[in-house]
Design a protein around this ligand. Sequence first.
Ligand SMILES: *[C@@H]1O[C@H](CO)[C@@H](O)[C@H](O)[C@H]1NC(C)=O
Ligand SMILES: *[C@@H]1O[C@H](CO)[C@@H](O)[C@H](O)[C@H]1NC(C)=O
Ligand SMILES: *[C@@H]1O[C@H](CO)[C@@H](O)[C@H](O)[C@H]1NC(C)=O
Length: 558
Amino acid sequence: MTWLWKGPVPRILLLAVLFLGSPKSCLSLDNGLAITPAMGWNPYNAFSCSTVESIYHTQAQALVSLGLDTLGYNYFNLDCGWQGTERNSTGGFTWSTTAIPDGIPALADFVHNLGLKFGVYSDGGFFACDSVGGTAHFLGSLGFETEDAETFAQWGADYLKYESCYFVSPTDFVDFDPPIEIEVCVQAPHYIAMSDALAATGRPILFSACEWGVQDPARWPASEIANSWRIANDIGPPPSWDNLFRIINELVPSTGFAGPGGWNDLDLLEVGNVGLTQVEQQTHFAFWAAAKSPLIISTDLTEISDEALDILTNKRVIALNQDSLGQSISFKRRYTNEYDVWAGSLADGSIVAVVVNMQNSTVSITLELSDVGLISATATNVITGASLGKLSNSYTSTFEAHGILVIQLSDFVTAPEPTFTFYDAAASGNILGGGATTRVVNDTATVVGFVGEGGTLEFTGIDGGETGGTLLLSLDYINADVTSTNTACSNCRNAFMSVNGGAAVQVQMPLSSSLSWDILFNGYLVSLDGFKPGETNTILISNPTGFTPDWYRIGVAA
Ligand SMILES: *[C@@H]1O[C@H](CO)[C@@H](O)[C@H](O)[C@H]1NC(C)=O
Ligand SMILES: *[C@@H]1O[C@H](CO)[C@@H](O)[C@H](O)[C@H]1NC(C)=O
Ligand SMILES: *[C@@H]1O[C@H](CO)[C@@H](O)[C@H](O)[C@H]1NC(C)=O
């Protein structure tokens, strides 16, 4: 489902303004859990909702016999399909006696006796999710939060994944566009109710919120009520490269909200499953690790290949995920249709740089160290462990199709920050064509929207400096065109930028928020050619087949 800002400002936007005006913290989750991202196993990507006791037994045993628990994978979690469909005579939560004949308390003991932690699963709505189009009507916890939290604690639960099916009405299975009740401190009432109920049990239970990113949970902020929150719709099954690209684009605006105790959840791992190449599985795992996502294996461990195990057991990549600083990599630069550069800091003061090859072929890619703010550094390849020695200015290496490079950079020299001269999109000298129009965001920010599909925005009077030529631009824009399905540009929008009437260059910009058309992304960098010396340059922005983001301003580096 796609939301596109068109016509009158929707209600969702007005409410978001209200909320943004009052960024007050009034809740606090202090359960001491998820100081580093959770690691473990969950059945969903391999078994969907068709889980039975014997599967849980063999998978838990395999997790231990493969030694995955000793690497940190020690949450053994349930997903959909084990629950009952009716509460018992005293209103208690029940399980399917067909699926779990010995009962959940016995399964919890089985898991605990293996030295693992036990995770349960429920839903904040009238019924839970299922894989039969919403007809199973498994129990949901809405209205029973206190009772169910106590039951889960009695069973010995250490983790609760909490989903959002039938969240709004008992007849609406999945509402990806729910009415939002945004008020200070009660941004997400169903999640707050369960978070409070879990806290009241006195048992430490990791709370994993799963509303698929539809209400921008990072900004509730979900860190005040949960230990992790899904930022996007499901990765599969089946997984595909397009799913990874969709999730990566949706992560962009949320990276700053992750930290010890609360993490962006990019979804269960697909390593070991059909749908991604080996290289793509490596990219998926290393990127999830560097973004500090929970690392929850979700494959049949009794049949896992050596290649998949190699990916999941890489101690250097796991250490990156579990780094005590807890900083997610953040988006640095996209070379459209070529590669992304992301980077973040680690506890020892080093920097991790991540390059993802978006191309479907083997290519050579040169990482410019300036894209991660450096001039030189000593580098190690995190995936292979190989020392790369001292790098100056750049590092060139070969990438397989959709491959990844993760390097740790220490003993570095930082690059000077570029300084930009900014030009507002809504400035009077600019030329708006077709349907392009200004929109007031607040007292200080007015943007130009409806650019594309005939609408054009032309910046005029841009200073090309003394030499002109190729200049670095910094784009401040708004794009909340969120989607839960894969499109040609899932969770991104394309702009075509032409300098002084020259060839239009495609620039692909990820989300600035998954909810609000009032939140900027600042500093999207792109180099464009064709500038002349002096102040008579123009930049024309268009898109013949879709809308570009809304434009606040562009900076041009001196
Ligand atoms: C109902 O379920 C709850 C939770 O599982 C349990 O504690 C309680 O004993 C059950 N009551 C009856 C009557 O079975
Ligand atoms: C990408 O490569 C895979 C594997 O070689 C191939 O099956 C697929 O069709 C390619 N996709 C595109 C868009 O070229
Ligand atoms: C106006 O909105 C922009 C974009 O979200 C934000 O950066 C800025 O701080 C806001 N200014 C005021 C005065 O609220």
